[in-house]
Design a protein around this ligand. Structure first.
Ligand code: GDP
Ligand code: MG
Length: 466
C-alpha cells in the first residue's frame, strides 16, 4: 500500500538532503515533484493543489527551527500536511451514555461491508466492549449467513431474522438491550451503483435506529470513484467517517489521501486484507510517516528539537573545525546526545539503520564509564591528553572506578577519532598544540586491551546534526 508514493517521496527527500542550503529554487523543484507524485498516486486534483499551496506557504514562511537542517524542515512540514490531509487526529469513539452504541454500515456492494462488520465487532471486543452484529442485508440469504459465519470466527454475537431490513435493524437494537450488549453493528445491503432505492433503504434504517456512528465502507482500489461515492452518500446520510477497505490492494493510495478533504469526514478504520485481524483504527500520523518512508524519524526530530542544545552543538562543530576539539568538548557532546534518550531507542527510530544494529544490545553503562573517566581528569588533561602519563592514568582509573586499561582504551579511541577527523580535513594537521595531535596513541596501553568501549563515540556521530 502506498508503495509507489513512498518511493517517490523517498527520492525527493534524498535529493533534498543532498543539498546544503535550500533556496527558493530548490524548494520549488521539490514542490513540483511532490505535486506530481501526489497526482500520480491518484489523489484528487483539488486536494493536491491545496496541499502543495499550504506546504509552499509554510516553507516560505519557514518556521526556522535551529536544530533542524533545511531538508529536515521541509520534510517535517510535508509530514504534518500529509497528516492533516489524512484526517489529523484519529477518530475516538464516544460510547452512548445509554447503551447500546449503534454503528451503521453503508456502502456499495462488494465494498467490504459485511467483512468490515465482523472486523469491527472483533475490534470493539478488543476494546473491552460486548458487541452484537446485526445482519440487515436481506437481499440475498447468503449475506446473512456470511455475517453469521464471520461473527462466529470473530467470537462475536450475532442476530438477524427474516423480515424487512428496517425491522431487523430496529429489532437488533432491542435484542442488544435484552442481552445487555453495549455496541450494535448493523450490516446493510449494497447495490452495484448508487440508486434511489438503496439510499432510501439505508436512510429508513438510519431513522429507525438513530446510530451513534454511520460509517461508509469504501473500496480503496476504486480510487477517485470511491471518493465520489462517499460524496454522494454523505449528501443523503450524515456520515461520521469512512471505513477504507482493500488498502492492501491499492498501491497508489489516492482515495485515502482524498476522502477527508473531499468528503469532510475522516477515515475511521482501515482494512488491509481479508483476514479478520487485518483491520485497525486509522491513525493519520502513522500513515503519513509510513507514506514518507520515515520510520519514526519525526519522533526523533521532535525529540532532538526538544533536547538538543543547538548552541552546544555549534560550539562542538566550531572547535572541531578549529582543531581544538578536546575531551571536554567530547564529554559535552556525549551528554547532549544522551539526553535524547537511550541509544537503542534512538537507533530504533532512525530509518535506514540495519536491523542488526537496531536489535543490538547496547550497554548504556559503557557511556557512563566514558563519562566517569573524563570526569576524573583535570581540565589540563582534558585539553591535552598527551600529558596523561602512567601515574596520571592510575589516578584517573582510581578516580573513575575503572581500570587503567579502560582509560587507555578511551584515550586511544579519542586519538583515533582525531586522526580520522584530520584525514577528513576536519582538523588541521599538526598545527595546534592542543588536542591529541602530539599523543602517541596506544603507546602505553598497547597489548593490554580490555573489551573496547565499542559503543561510545563512534556510534553517536550520525546523530549530530549536519
Ligand atoms: N484483499 C482484501 N479483501 C477484502 C478486504 N475487505 C473485504 N475484502 C473482500 O472483498 C469481498 C467483498 O466483501 P464483503 O464484505 O462481502 O462486501 P459487501 O458486499 O460490502 O458486504 C470479499 O471477498 C472480502 O473477503 C480487504 O481489506 N482486503
Ligand atoms: Mg455484504
Amino acid at each position: 500500500m502506498f508503495e509507489s508514493l513512498s518511493d517517490r517521496f523517498d527520492a525527493i527527500f534524498t535529493r533534498l538532503r543532498g543539498r546544503g542550503r535550500l533556496g527558493e529554487a530548490e524548494v520549488d523543484q521539490a514542490l513540483r515533484e511532490i505535486r506530481l507524485a501526489l497526482l500520480e498516486a491518484d489523489v484528487n486534483f483539488n486536494v493536491v493543489k491545496a496541499m502543495v499551496a499550504r506546504i509552499r506557504e509554510r516553507c516560505v514562511g519557514a518556521e526556522l527551527s535551529k536544530s533542524l537542517t533545511p531538508a529536515q524542515q521541509v520534510i517535517k512540514i510535508v509530514n504534518e500536511e500529509l497528516t492533516n490531509v489524512l484526517g489529523g487526529e484519529p477518530l475516538r469513539i464516544s460510547y452512548a451514555s445509554r447503551p447500546p452504541t449503534v454503528v451503521l454500515l453503508a456502502g456499495l456492494q462488494g465494498s467490504g461491508k459485511t467483512t468490515a462488520a465482523a472486523k469491527l465487532g472483533r475490534w470493539f471486543k478488543q476494546q473491552g466492549r460486548q458487541p452484537l452484529l446485526v445482519g440487515a442485508d436481506l437481499q440475498r440469504p447468503a449475506a446473512v449467513e456470511q455475517l453469521r459465519v464471520l461473527a462466529n470466527q470473530a467470537g462475536v454475537q450475532f442476530w438477524s431474522e427474516a423480515s424487512d431490513p428496517v425491522a431487523v435493524a430496529r429489532g437488533g437494537v432491542e435484542e442488544a438491550r435484552r442481552r445487555g450488549r453495549d455496541v450494535v453493528v448493523v450490516d446493510t445491503a449494497g447495490r452495484l451503483t448508487i440508486d434511489a432505492e438503496l439510499m432510501d433503504e439505508v436512510r429508513r434504517i438510519s431513522e429507525a435506529v438513530e446510530p451513534g456512528y454511520t460509517f461508509l465502507v469504501i473500496d480503496a482500489m476504486t480510487g477517485q470513484d470511491a471518493v465520489n461515492t462517499a460524496q454522494a452518500f454523505h449528501s443523503t446520510l450524515a456520515l461520521d467517517g469512512v471505513i477504507l477497505t482493500k488498502l492492501d490492494g491499492d498501491a497508489r493510495g489516492g482515495a485515502a489521501l482524498s476522502v477527508k478533504e473531499v468528503v469532510g469526514k475522516p477515515i475511521a478504520f482501515a482494512s488491509t486484507g481479508e483476514k479478520l485481524a487485518d483491520f485497525d483504527a486509522f491513525y493519520p500520523d502513522r500513515m503519513a510517516s509510513r507514506i514518507l518512508g520515515m520510520g519514526d524519524v519525526l519522533s526523533l526530530i521532535e525529540q532532538a528539537e526538544r533536547t538538543y542544545d543547538q548552541e552546544v552543538a555549534a560550539r562542538g562543530a566550531t572547535r572541531l573545525q578549529e582543531g581544538r576539539f578536546t575531551l571536554e568538548d567530547f564529554l559535552e557532546q556525549l551528554q547532549q546526545v544522551r539526553r535524547m534518550g537511550p541509544l537503542k531507542g534512538l537507533l530504533g527510530m532512525m530509518p535506514g539503520v540495519p536491523k542488526e544494529l537496531r536489535q543490538a544490545d547496547f550497554d548504556e553503562r559503557e557511556m557512563d564509564w566514558v563519562e566517569a573517566i573524563i570526569h576524573s581528569m583535570t581540565p589540563e588533561e582534558r585539553h591535552d591528553p598527551s600529558i596523561i602519563n602512567g601515574s596520571r592514568r592510575s589516578r584517573i582509573a582510581n578516580g573513575s572506578g575503572r581500570s587503567v586499561a579502560d582509560v587507555n582504551q578511551l584515550l586511544k579511541r579519542f586519538g583515533e577519532a582525531q586522526a580520522a577527523m584530520r584525514s577528513l580535513g576536519l582538523m588541521p594537521k599538526a598545527t595546534k598544540r592542543s588536542g591529541g595531535n602530539k599523543k602517541k596513541k596506544g603507546k602505553r596501553g598497547a597489548g593490554r586491551v580490555t573489551p573496547p568501549l565499542r559503543n561510545a563515540p563512534r556510534d553517536l556521530s550520525p546523530l549530530r546534526p549536519r
